[in-house]
Design a protein around this ligand. Structure first.
Ligand code: KG4
Ligand code: ZN
Length: 352
């Protein structure tokens, strides 16, 4: 069916997002409300604060998504919503909203796995992308290498044994005094000014011949490097001297080089492993917030080309958390008949 239209709602982390997508891949609207300002102001957001923020904006985010798509609820085929993984308090805000709409307008509901959505949204950007494909999902909370054999059929080749790469970017950005509203991107920018070989850092898990990841040790190495450097740690980067800035840039570049080398090594091995299971594999999909990093994209493109594959990276707005990926994954499942019936119109709010 080519005429499916789905509203996707995402509240698993600290962005409240909604979008309307059609089954031919057309994005009819996309709205994201970010909590980054709160993060900067308070140095972090508790699950309770995050939940309150979601509750405050969810109605207007969804309404804007419908308005920008020039639709009302009756034009929808179904509502898709993230059901995990994520903070349960936050997830519930999205699920309650989805059930409210679905109950009122008699629409089916598709529950979506956040990480599956990060992977499948690549099929919106790249129409040639068919199963099976290999995917590297890199975000603030996850670091996964997955062989996607078919819709709903995933083989995990590797995961992190401690932190995810996005978390390491964020921690390093904080230690370097960067703007925490955009820790990852700010570090990427600063790294462009630095010498990536100036600070000696070890690539994690060199002796583990598997596809798992570890970023906790690298975080510690960077912290020690910063502590033993001459930078003025209490000053934000915007107000430091040229010399201080260039030391920070060197640390940023060195961190980024090693963090990404770890990805490169694991991908290289996963490509060989995946080819044993699925010899017809042609694509590596890289998605999740960190996949919007240009250095990451360029380095992984080399790995992929060396191995005769093709790299697919969704555009940055579809790599970081968004509603499009939820709506699109909803479409993929809905097409296969995988959805729940509409909830009762008078379902009490606290039923979920
Ligand atoms: O997928 P995402 O939006 O949310 C989660 O599901 O975690 O990923 C957010 C993560 C954050 O750690 C953020 O710093 C990182 O992605 N990130 C980046 C870049 N843009 C976002 N990391 C490095 N370079 C970037 N350009
Ligand atoms: Zn995410």
């Amino acid at each position: 069916r080519d005429d499916i239209v789905i509203l996707g709602i995402e509240t698993s982390c600290d962005d409240t997002a909604a979008a309307v997508v059609r089954s031919d891949g057309k994005i009819l609207s996309q709205v994201v409300s970010s909590q980054a300002d709160l993060l900067e102001q308070f140095g972090g957001v508790s699950p309770k604060d995050a939940k309150e923020q979601h509750s405050k904006v969810i109605d207007q985010v969804v309404q804007r998504a419908l308005d920008e798509a020039n639709l009302t609820e009756v034009d929808l085929s179904a509502v898709a919503v993230t059901i995990g993984p994520g903070l349960s308090l936050c997830l519930r805000v999205g699920v309650q909203k989805a059930r409210r709409i679905a109950g009122k307008f008699n629409l089916p509901i598709v529950g979506v796995h956040h990480m599956e959505a990060h992977a499948l949204v690549a099929r919106v950007a790249e129409k040639e992308l068919q199963f099976p494909f290999l995917t590297l999902l890199i975000s603030g909370g996850h670091n996964l290498l997955v062989l996607a054999r078919n819709l709903g059929h995933y083989v995990q080749l590797g995961t992190t044994i401690d932190d995810a790469i996005g978390e390491a970017y964020d921690k390093t950005a904080r230690l370097l005094g960067l703007d925490m509203r955009r820790g990852g991107p700010a570090l990427e920018e600063l790294a462009r000014e630095g010498n990536a070989k100036s600070v000696k850092l070890k690539v994690p898990m060199k002796h583990h011949k598997d596809c798992n990841f570890s970023y906790a040790g690298l975080k510690t190495q960077v912290r020690l490097a910063i502590e033993s450097s001459n930078i003025d740690k209490d000053t934000p980067i915007s107000s430091t001297s040229c010399e201080d800035r260039s030391i920070r840039a060197d640390i940023a570049a060195s961190f980024q080089r090693v963090a990404v080398l770890h990805l490169e090594e694991r991908c290289e091995r996963a490509i060989a492993w995946a080819a044993e299971i699925e010899p017809s594999i042609k694509f590596l999909v890289v998605s999740g917030g960190v996949a919007s990093n240009q250095y990451v994209r360029t380095r992984l493109d080399h790995v992929v080309k060396r191995n005769g594959l093709q790299l697919v990276c969704p555009p940055p707005s579809l790599c970081t958390d968004n509603g499009v990926m939820i709506a699109w994954t909803g479409i993929e499942h809905f097409r296969q008949g995988r959805y729940d019936p509409p909830p009762p119109a008078d379902e009490p709010e606290d039923a979920v």
